[in-house]
Design a protein around this ligand. Structure first.
Ligand SMILES: [Zn+2]
Length: 349
């Protein structure tokens, strides 16, 4: 089986998992039904171990013989109990998921790595290079990751066709003075609403704009309303950039599909999570820079998009399952009947 023949990671993993199940059945395993998450994970693990052995045979040999080399020292390579080569940086004690502390090493020139990068990009609703890279680094380490991710996003899938516009954009003029002068937060704030919703919002909006109380409050507080030109996103600067990010994700994910209100609401919430998980600073190329600062770090305790990482060891010695009310009643009855018996016995004496 060759990764090159597959266009998506999920398809590759599903077929691998079915093949693995077939082999198990030959060994008289009685498993049936649809594929489980565990089988999919095992298929992925099998591929990772396979490509690591293919590309890093020398490193594996060196690590087991306790020899050192440039790459081993640079990335702090070790082999874990499952046979994965992992990178260990200085973030060993950081408060991040286990996988982010010890990312799995993946070769850059490998079809599997490319499928994995593209699947991340797709799951994150077609975000850019930096965000895709920062998410991948929560689990995997790809040497020269930035250029590899950039190459994949340029060549895979059909995102490229959304890049071009109907006409060439004019040259962007220099930034206005207020945008390049340091000012305290909330000196400039902005309100934006979708033009599509304008019919509904317009009436309410007019009331707000022409309401004498609001007008008086605004002038008393020294607040200036300023309207930017319609369809001129470059004038809004920062917040229009965020609107652009949301629109890009929607356009690339939905295409021409018409969604129901509930579906659109779900998608918008996902887009919100993705926009809030964008890296705020440049992500370095060294192994110690895989802790990424995102707006979610300030907004929520779960700063990750999608399903949280599973903790493998779910045997918790502290955990005492609560008795059901039936069991509880039965326990009380047993205790009471014992006491009752004792009373009866003492009475008979
Ligand atoms: Zn894309």
């Amino acid at each position: 089986m060759k990764c090159e023949n597959f266009s998506s990671l999920i398809r590759l993993l599903r077929i691998t998992a079915w093949v693995q199940r077939f082999i198990r059945k030959l060994k008289k395993d009685t498993i049936s039904g649809q594929l489980t998450a565990k089988e999919m994970e095992e298929a992925k693990f099998m591929w990772i171990v396979h490509i690591q052995r293919k590309h890093f045979a020398k490193e594996i040999h060196d690590i087991t013989k306790n020899k050192s080399s440039n790459i081993i020292r640079q990335l702090g390579l070790t082999i874990d109990n499952n046979g994965f080569i992992r990178c260990v940086g200085r973030t060993e004690h950081a408060d991040v998921f286990e996988n982010a502390k010890r990312p799995i090493l993946l070769p850059k020139k490998e079809a599997f790595t490319k499928l994995l990068i593209y699947s991340y990009h797709r799951n994150l609703l077609h975000v850019g290079v930096a965000q895709t890279l920062s998410q991948i680094r929560q689990k995997y380490w790809i040497p020269q990751g930035r250029s590899t991710v950039r190459h994949v996003l340029r060549t895979y899938g059909n995102c490229i066709r959304y890049k071009g516009g109907p006409y060439k954009m004019p040259l962007i003029p220099p930034l206005p003075q207020k945008k390049v002068t340091a000012s305290s937060p909330y000196t400039y704030t902005a309100i934006d609403y979708f033009k599509a919703a304008s019919n509904v919002v317009q009436q309410e909006w007019k009331k707000v704009l022409y309401d004498s109380d609001i007008q008086n409050y605004v002038s008393n507080k020294g607040i200036n309303w300023k309207f930017i030109v319609e369809l001129a996103p470059w004038m809004g600067g920062f917040y229009e950039r965020l609107v652009g990010l949301a629109k890009r994700s929607l356009r690339k994910t939905m295409g021409k599909v018409c969604l129901s209100v509930e579906q659109l609401r779900t998608l918008l919430t996902e887009v919100e999570a993705v926009v809030n998980s964008r890296p705020l600073a440049y992500i370095g190329e060294d192994i110690d820079s895989n802790i990424v600062l995102t707006p979610s770090c300030f907004l929520t305790l779960n700063k990750h998009t999608g399903i949280p990482e599973r903790i493998d060891n779910d045997e918790d010695p502290e955990y005492k399952p609560q008795l059901s009310s039936t069991d509880n009643l039965f326990e009380i009855w047993k205790k009471r009947s014992k006491t009752f018996k004792q009373i009866l016995e003492s009475a008979s004496w």
